[in-house]
Design a protein around this ligand. Structure first.
Ligand SMILES: N[C@@H](CCC(=O)N[C@@H](CS)C(=O)NCC(=O)O)C(=O)O
Length: 231
């Protein structure tokens, strides 16, 4: 059985069963992506609650696994060559788990390329832009008098949602079959209620996205991921 004691993070978040994949996360959209994938695949895992407080994400133990001080991160005790592997960045983790399990990455090389395309679109576009919009609409940034940052991120969020709306025309899922691309995108769409931003981004004018997000959260794994690890 793998010995995970070489990973300093396990001193602050002790491992119960080192044979299981170790998830270090909090149920934010980026965290939910990985919990959802783990629930979908049925891979045995242990979830450790890492809050966004500096005491957690900036602790030396957490930084030893993710120097970028952000959840989610994992340790797979059964990584390539049977060796333990630590990994951070939700897009990289999704692709790694999809390759490991042979699930949710598309059936053909062309499908796989499309799935990765939409994962990248989420990682570089939808996630960061909705996150910044949330800051300027709901959190501390809403007190900034200059309207330009807020307008810029709202406009960009709106544009991205319209891109997705078009891509979903006649489709249930964004890249063929249900895939890690949907697991990357779905949790971010779930933030718009929380930000109170649906009217701002023209939600009611979208044709396909509202049904898509409902379809995503109807999946038991997506629903469960909203509270893994429990807040
Ligand atoms: N690109 C990263 C972003 C992760 C991220 O932004 N995590 C946030 C929560 S959703 C976090 O841990 N924030 C804590 C901090 O910045 O101190 C990924 O996709 O994994």
């Amino acid at each position: 059985m793998a010995d995970l004691s070489d990973f300093p993070i396990t001193r602050k978040w002790p491992v119960e069963n080192p044979a299981k994949l170790q998830l270090f996360s909090y149920p934010t959209p980026n965290g939910q992506k990985i919990s959802c994938m783990l629930e979908e695949t049925g891979l045995p895992y242990e979830a450790h609650r890492v809050t966004l407080a500096d005491a957690d994400v900036r602790s030396p133990e957490f930084l030893s696994l993710n120097p970028n001080n952000k959840i989610p991160a994992i340790i797979d005790p059964d990584g390539p060559g049977g060796q333990p592997l630590g990994l951070f960045e939700s897009g990289a983790i999704l692709i790694y788990l999809a390759e490991k399990t042979g699930q949710f990455l598309g059936a053909t090389p062309a499908d796989r390329a499309q799935v990765i395309q939409w994962v990248m679109w989420q990682m570089g576009g939808l996630g960061p832009m909705l996150g910044q919009m949330g800051f300027f609409v709901k959190f501390a940034g809403k007190d900034i008098e200059d309207p330009r940052p807020r307008e810029r991120y709202v406009a960009e969020a709106k544009r991205l949602l319209n891109v997705l709306d078009g891509a979903l025309d006649g489709k249930e899922w964004v890249a063929g079959d249900y895939s890690i691309a949907d697991m990357a995108i779905g949790p971010w769409l779930g933030t718009l209620d929380f930000y109170g931003a649906k009217p701002l981004v023209g939600w009611d004018g979208l044709t396909n996205v509202p049904a898509y997000v409902d379809r995503f959260f109807e999946r038991p794994a997506a629903q469960a991921a909203r509270n893994i690890p429990p807040r």
